[in-house]
Design a binder for this molecule. Structure first.
Ligand code: GRF
Length: 216
């Protein structure tokens, strides 16, 4: 049974439901994994909006299939990154978003955005940070001949893939792995740890001290 309490939160069997806003630029397989985790009751939350800087992002189509509100925001309509981010923040505020989830979002957030949602923005990166930040992490891993790579969920700070680490999962890199095969291997693990990290956040079990995230 669902009981409405004053404010935006909904309590289901004593669980606080968080409002999630997702930013995605492409495929949206992580978004799909998160939606499924919510449907399975693993995350006490609801995706209130999915926004993209690409009108044809598959992530928007997937969200629409679940009747989630979607918005395309055209970067060209704004004079700079901060103004673009202000428009996104306006929508996040309207939707009373508690957690911003970057799921393959290909833009760097402005310091203004980071400050507005300090410690409330998560990202997933296809490498074991702090190794191989930035673009083409899997290609960097193959090129450097590492035997182990993986994925990292982290809070977002003002740097590139540099915020406090929440969860990581390792995968073995075999001699015959290509960028594509490693991407596939890592993606499977991303789909496990991203929903887990969001679940931990929704249960208020993440505590940040300096660069370290403690799981209660
Ligand atoms: C993933 O590899 C993720 O680690 C990176 O962007 C990719 C997004 O994939 N940040 P998808 O759009 O969720 O399929």
């Amino acid at each position: 049974m669902t009981t409405l309490v004053p404010g935006t939160k909904v309590v289901i069997k004593e669980k606080i439901m968080i409002n999630i806003g997702v930013l995605a630029s492409g495929r949206g397989t992580n978004l799909q994994a998160i939606i499924e985790a919510i449907e399975d009751g693993k995350i006490a939350g609801e995706i209130k909006v999915v926004m993209s800087d690409h009108p044809k992002a598959c992530a928007l189509k997937s969200a629409q299939q679940y009747l989630i509100d979607t918005r395309y925001i055209d970067f060209k309509e704004f004079k700079n990154r901060e103004d673009f981010d202000k428009e996104i923040i306006k929508i996040l505020k309207e939707k009373k978003i508690d957690l911003v989830v970057l799921a393959g979002y290909m833009r760097i957030l402005s310091p203004y955005f980071i400050r507005a949602y300090q410690n409330k923005i998560m990202n997933i990166h296809p490498a074991l940070l702090p190794s191989f930040p930035g673009l083409h992490a899997q290609k960097q891993a193959i090129g450097n001949g590492v035997k182990i790579s993986g994925c990292t969920v982290h809070f977002v700070d003002e740097g590139v893939d540099s915020g406090p680490i929440i969860l990581q999962k390792a995968v073995e890199v075999s001699d015959d792995d290509t960028e594509e095969s490693l991407t596939e291997k890592i993606l499977k693990e991303e789909h496990q740890i991203y929903p887990q990290a969001i679940q931990l956040f929704s249960e208020s079990r993440l505590m940040i001290k300096g660069r370290k995230v403690f799981i209660k």
